[in-house]
Design a protein around this ligand. Structure first.
Ligand SMILES: [Zn+2]
Length: 406
């Protein structure tokens, strides 16, 4: 008989072979591979004796009744969709590790005090419709008409995809309202290099960082590159370069603040013209909203000074604003206790990336566990978590579940 770790590793391998492309791993909302993965996960849940149902949007739920089936449940889970040319662990590991932890508990003939609902969300990455968290959003309330009307690249709307796949037959709405659940726990690969640097296999997550996205334009004057002396120039690109370096210094001086300029466009964009305008993006994240606000204010001040000194006009356009999602202190402490019991560590890290917990936090307390991944690599076919670290994650989850009190 396979150990729970061996069966988890085999399941990760099986899921990674279910793809919409023969060339790489990709599973998007309600695609054939997405539904095949959902079916396989349903089978694994049934094998554990769970009561399994699926929602019309492809999310799967397995229920383990526990000693008091009518008590408020604890939710576990992660997402079964992937990015394009994905790795095998992002999302899948959270579902499979939770299954393995429950398998260990059942193998010891233990009964948990209240129901556990294991959720495999059909969409978190948002690849098909360019909108994130569809799976978890639809379990906390029906998707609104505006969202349902969003179309994919083939012109198929979300509502048409839901009613057109056949997966809606025998579907059961999966819905939770505010206060109905004890909490939501998710295990996920870290998708960064902090655990690897710290030589820790796992950590508990303090919260999910808030994020601000901005579009900045500096406008100067397009002049001849040969005839305009340096002192007379209003070069938008060198102004942007100074702003970008100022943003980098600001973030370096205030960890865990992170600021990224991922895109820049200049006009007119010719080798013999001084750039008239430079437009660049800012992605600024911090686990505390007040620190994010302070960083934005500081950045605005510095950009204004740079623009004024260089005779450039500054346009500062906020594009997106997502508040931080703190993890629940009680659940987080319980998870920390299990982390320490298994690894001896007390590592607590913020998550710079968004997760389904952002949505679940609207209806219940949330907590998260991160597992080290090699070289911090994720959203890439070389994404890898070692069997030892996965085993560690399963042991922490299983210790946590065994410690639950009625
Ligand atoms: Zn993920």
């Amino acid at each position: 008989m396979l150990t729970s770790l061996q069966s988890a590793l085999s399941r990760i391998d099986q899921l990674s072979r279910i793809s919409d492309s023969p060339l790489y791993l990709v599973r998007t909302f309600l695609s054939p591979a997405n539904l095949a993965a959902a079916s396989l996960i349903s089978e694994w849940m049934r094998d554990l004796g769970m009561e399994v149902s699926h929602a019309a949007d492809g999310t799967v739920r397995g229920i383990l009744a526990g000693a008091n089936p009518s008590a408020a449940p604890l939710l576990l889970g992660s997402h079964l969709d992937t990015v394009i040319d994905a790795g095998s662990y992002d999302g899948a590991l959270g579902i499979i590790a939770a299954l393995a932890a429950l398998e260990e508990i059942l193998a010891e003939n233990r009964t948990l005090p209240y129901p556990i609902h294991l959720l495999a969300f059909s969409d978190e990455e948002g690849i098909r419709f360019q909108t994130t968290y569809l799976g978890s959003r639809s379990i906390i309330g029906p998707l609104d008409a505006e969202t349902l009307a969003i179309k994919d690249a083939q012109g198929i709307s979300i509502s048409a995809a839901i009613s057109g796949t056949g997966w809606h037959e025998n579907a059961t709405p999966i819905h939770y309202s505010l206060g109905e659940c004890r909490g939501y726990i998710e295990l996920h690969i870290e998708q960064g290099r902090v655990l690897e640097e710290a030589a820790e296999p796992a950590c508990v997550v303090s919260g999910i960082a808030g994020q601000s996205r901005l579009c900045i334009t500096l406008t100067g004057r397009a002049d001849h590159a040969g005839t305009t002396p340096m002192a007379l120039r209003h070069d938008a690109l060198t102004g942007a370069a100074e702003c970008i370096l100022a943003a980098e210094s600001l973030a370096q001086s205030k960890p865990p603040l992170v600021i990224t300029v991922g895109k820049i466009q200049i006009h007119p964009g010719a080798s013999n013209s001084i750039p008239q305008s430079a437009t660049f993006t800012i992605d600024l994240r911090h686990p505390l909203d007040c620190s994010r606000d302070n960083a934005l204010a500081e950045l605005y001040l510095q950009f204004s000074k740079i623009a004024t000194r260089r005779g450039l006009a500054l346009e500062w356009i906020p594009v997106q604003e997502n508040p931080a999602t703190p993890c629940d202190p009680t659940l987080t402490n319980q998870l920390l206790h299990s982390l320490t019991a298994v690894t001896g560590s007390t590592a607590l890290l913020p998550s710079g990336a968004g997760h389904d917990g952002v949505i679940l936090s609207k209806i219940c307390p949330i907590a998260m566990l991160f597992i080290r991944c090699r070289d911090g690599l994720s959203h890439h076919p070389d994404e890898y978590a070692s069997p030892a670290d996965i085993g560690c994650g399963i042991a922490i989850l299983s210790h946590f579940l065994k410690s639950l009190e009625p």
